[in-house]
Design a protein around this ligand. Structure first.
Ligand SMILES: [Zn+2]
Length: 133
């Protein structure tokens, strides 16, 4: 999907954000290894710790649909500056993002920046860290 269409889809999707407490709206689209696109929004909760970010929401949908990895992540917030994924989401993304995949971050005025995961998280905890070698 071309970048213009992705932005337009994010711009519609962000209206589904459930954010009555912060009014901070986030939409995420991830591309699965099946080359389909999966959507997520942030979903807040009165018990704040139960809140889920848009990135993890979209990735959960992608993985639940049978994918084992994701090709790219696309993010939009309702802010007119670049907002980056939180640490929990960077860790979550690190489990699934292809090594040649990117994270695209949009502002609401359609500017975007493209990052490699390694530019946003220095040393994620990964599978091999669990092995006693
Ligand atoms: Zn997050």
């Amino acid at each position: 999907m071309e970048i213009e269409k992705i932005f337009n889809n994010l711009n519609i999707l962000i209206n589904n954000s459930y954010s009555p407490y912060s009014n901070f709206k986030v939409a995420a689209i991830v591309e699965g290894e099946d080359e389909k696109f999966y959507q997520g929004v942030n979903i807040e909760n009165a018990s704040f710790g139960a809140t889920i970010c848009a990135e993890r929401s979209a990735i959960s949908s992608c993985i639940s649909s049978g994918n084992k990895s994701i090709k790219n992540v696309y993010l939009l917030t309702n802010m007119d500056r670049f907002i980056y994924p939180c640490g929990i989401c960077l860790q979550f993304i690190s489990e699934f993002l292809d090594s040649n995949g990117s994270i695209y971050i949009f502002t609401k005025s359609k500017e975007y920046k493209q990052y490699k995961l390694s530019e946003l998280i220095l040393a994620p905890f990964i599978k091999k860290d669990l092995k006693n070698e």
